[in-house]
Design a protein around this ligand. Structure first.
Ligand code: ADP
Ligand code: MG
Length: 625
């Protein structure tokens, strides 16, 4: 075939593929247009997962009658002009591509009444063929209906998922947009059924209301408020879940930059990192983080659907996010109460089968695959069985909404629950332990103590790990960790690739007290160990601990996270284990030391150090009230 320029009709269908991949892309473009138009209410109706029809109705400023046809021309936009430099863009749209793209692969009907206009006007574009403008009665705002999407692009139609799947993408998308724009009231109706609704409240409680509309009031109640520093050029506000509320996947983290919902693996990771030490491995928080930066620090013009952006100073944004989340967690982490990880808050303790005879012995427990504690040295060592299992079912926003009616926010009472909820969560006192009186040790694993509001069980290993971790970390920060030479240096064979890890982090390894030397090939000699380890690891033991530390670290991460993991690992290996008898004085000492730590309620890996059985719980269990 000779080279030829493709017809407008064909080339616009090709270009449309970039922007409009599936029904959810249509919803995204239309809703973003509604947001750019200053709408305070956006209603979306979908039939057949969006393939049959998608209708978006808003109450924004509308489109002037004499511009309506122009809006469907390629590169026609009211948001930038020749003087714009494509950098500091404050609107969600700017390319003028969405309406013509959609109209080239669907039948599009628009009715709009511009603010101040007497009447509305409607316009139809049928798979690229423009129709006529007609006067129409309409309230202020815009209504766009898109039907028979991709009927003229069979290839694309073939790649669509089932109606249910496409609908769940739309729900996820709208949930994210609603979380990022809590001041706008969103609704989604699919095949006549209500799927999602937010009240769209303004003011300080608005984001709590949005979370309540999307995830339900119970979750909203357990969120911690991230407050923006308005004086800073870079800041973040939103909500993050307190550590006891977590999920097994990352879909509950929602990010935005300057009002634009974005996806960013790096910033998601920043939030995850902030939870380091607060959450067990492979558990993820619920979060809404709304980042604000100077407009010219963000380039939104790098992704066809504008879902990803490029930051001029990404490292700075990363640390702003991480620090804000970390700060609020440090200030709020409360004592874990027994049963708080379970649905319905029941005690559970007495309902869980705990082995023959009614009691388990150390070593009888099933080891959790996520356990990172040191392997048992001499048997009889029980592992933490994982956090008190969150028994609630994992529901991603989409599934939640697809399978059941979304928890509807109370209409007509905007803000009614917001401020109260906020003050409740922000009123949580700084993480402190109550004064505890030690009663004894149980199963050579738990210290039993009594406090002002009930009984407390302290996991001796986790507690000691926390104490050691903070001590080791403080010394590390002061560059004051002692190293102890081994009487007999240990030779260690490393797994392939590990030597690189050692080289990369040699300086930090030295700084915590490891003295190692390359021995040729994949072998190393360990000559000295961190002093805190000296009593627990000698000779070959030291080699094994070194390998265990490296194994844990090889999972990746660098910088601060690597350092924290390394210190946590050293703390773990330096700490008293489960299965070890402690004298009453040792128990008391440990509790006193734990009280003095900065984060007494979790071990550095995020497992609880202490669980509480409150007086109220006891009374309920014994039917005293
Ligand atoms: P862009 O959003 O990049 O400008 P679009 O093709 O999405 O391009 O929209 C073209 C123009 O149509 C917009 O610039 C805006 O002026 C107008 N428009 C589209 N949707 C709406 C709406 N819901 N309310 C008001 N104006 C709209
Ligand atoms: Mg647009």
């Amino acid at each position: 075939m000779p080279i030829q320029v493709l017809s407008d009709e064909l080339s616009s269908r090709i270009a449309a593929g970039e922007v409009i991949e599936r029904p959810a892309s249509v919803v995204k473009e239309l809703v973003e247009n509604s947001l750019d138009a200053g709408s305070t209410r956006i209603d979306v109706q979908v039939v057949g997962g969006g393939a049959n029809s998608i209708t978006v109705v808003d109450n924004g400023e509308g489109i002037p009658a004499d511009e309506l046809a122009l809006a469907f021309e390629r590169f026609a936009t009211s948001k930038i002009d020749e003087s714009s430099d494509l950098i500091a863009i404050g609107t969600l749209g700017f390319r003028g591509e969405a309406l013509p793209s959609i109209a080239s692969v669907a039948r599009v009907e628009v009715t709009s009444r511009h603010a101040g206009a007497e009447a509305g006007v409607s316009y139809l574009v049928d798979f690229g063929k423009p129709g006529r403008l007609e006067a129409a009665g309409a309230p202020q705002g815009t209504r766009i209906s898109v039907s028979d999407l991709f009927k003229n692009v069979p290839a694309r139609l073939k790649f669509l998922g089932s109606a249910g799947r496409e609908l769940s993408r739309i729900q996820r998308l709208l949930a994210s947009l609603a979380l990022v724009h809590p001041d706008v009231a969103f609704s989604l109706t699919a095949d006549g059924r209500d799927r999602l609704r937010t009240v769209g409240s303004a003011g300080s409680g608005s984001i709590v209301d949005a979370v309540s509309g999307i995830y339900g009031q119970k979750i909203a109640d357990e969120m911690l408020l991230l407050e923006a520093d308005d004086s800073a050029a870079f800041s973040v506000d939103g909500l993050v879940s307190s550590p006891s509320l977590n999920r097994s996947n990352r879909t509950y983290m929602t990010l935005s930059v300057n009002g634009r919902w974005i996806q960013s693996r790096r910033l998601t990771y920043a939030i995850e990192q902030a939870y380091y030490g607060f959450l067990p491995d492979r558990r993820f928080p619920i979060a809404v983080a709304r980042i604000r930066t100077p407009l010219d620090d963000v380039d939104a013009n790098v992704h066809p659907a504008k879902a990803e952006v490029r930051f001029l100073r990404e490292d700075l944004v990363y640390s702003v996010v991480q620090r804000a989340v970390r700060g609020v967690l440090s200030a709020h982490a409360p004592v874990h109460t027994l049963g708080s990880g379970r649905a319905g808050g029941s005690l559970g303790l007495f309902r869980t089968p705990i082995g023959p005879g009614g009691f388990s012995r150390p070593g009888e427990r099933q080891a959790d695959s996520g356990d990172r504690t040191m392997p048992a040295a001499g048997g009889g060592y029980s592992k933490w069985p994982g956090p008190i299992a969150p028994a609630e079912t994992e529901i991603a926003p989409s599934d939640d909404l697809a399978s059941a009616q979304a928890p509807l926010a109370e209409p007509g009472v905007p803000g009614a629950t917001g401020p109260e909820t906020v003050s409740r969560s922000t009123a949580t006192p700084r993480e402190t332990l109550p004064v505890l009186r030690v009663i004894g040790q149980s199963h050579q694993t738990y210290i039993v103590a009594e406090g002002p509001d009930g009984l407390y069980l302290i996991d001796q290993h986790a507690a000691h790990e926390r104490v050691t971790y903070e001590r080791v970390k403080a010394r590390f920060d002061d560059n004051a960790i002692e190293s102890q030479p081994l009487l007999e240096p240990a030779t260690v064979d490393l797994a392939p690739g590990m030597m690189t890890t050692v080289h990369e982090h040699m300086e930090e390894l030295n700084r915590v007290g490891w003295g190692v030397e390359e021995f040729g090939g994949n072998s190393l000699i360990v000559r000295s160990v961190p002093a805190s380890l000296a009593s627990r690891a000698s000779g070959d033991g030291a080699g094994r601990v070194f390998v265990a530390v490296l194994d844990e670290l090889s999972e990746g991460g660098s910088g601060e996270s690597w350092r924290e993991r390394m210190l946590a690992s050293i703390a773990c290996h330096s700490s008293v284990r489960a299965g070890q008898t402690l004298s009453p004085d040792e128990c008391k000492n440990l509790i006193r030391q734990l009280e003095k730590t900065e984060h007494p309620n979790t071990c550095p890996h995020g497992r609880p150090t202490i669980v509480q059985l409150s007086v109220g719980d006891l009374e309920r269990e014994f039917k005293r009230r």
